[in-house]
Design a protein. Sequence first.
Length: 154
Amino acid sequence: MNSRIVLFVIALGSIALLALALYLQLYQDMQPCPMCILQRYAFIGVAIFCLLGAAGNAPKIGGGAGLISSLSGIGIASYHLWVKAHPGASCGIDPLETSLNRIATATLWPDMFRADGMCSTDYAPILGLSIPQWSLAAFVIITLLLLSVVFRRR
């Protein structure tokens, strides 16, 4: 498959996941924690870099930058799962939340970028998985797809 098409599909998938996160927050009352917000930034990075790669003359560069964002997302989602597995370690009201909520994006679009939840909150699973597990799975799939774009021979 054409690298540009793969990048465009990854970007659309990332945007769809961000829309789902907003739906869960606004209509299912699942408040995002600081780790959730950082994962949103990683999905936005993936979407932006993949769109730039799909539209520009260097899809491998866009794919590589998207890959860095996706790998960051894997790290954040993995740490989020670690926090959930260790209830004594929470990222609730802490310096990370305070810092994230002071970034301009949190002021301009608080519904998307304001962290008001606790990382250890147990929401009902969706199809058997927690939201950070779904996020990790999405980042792994995105990473594998981006690896195929970056290391594809012409």
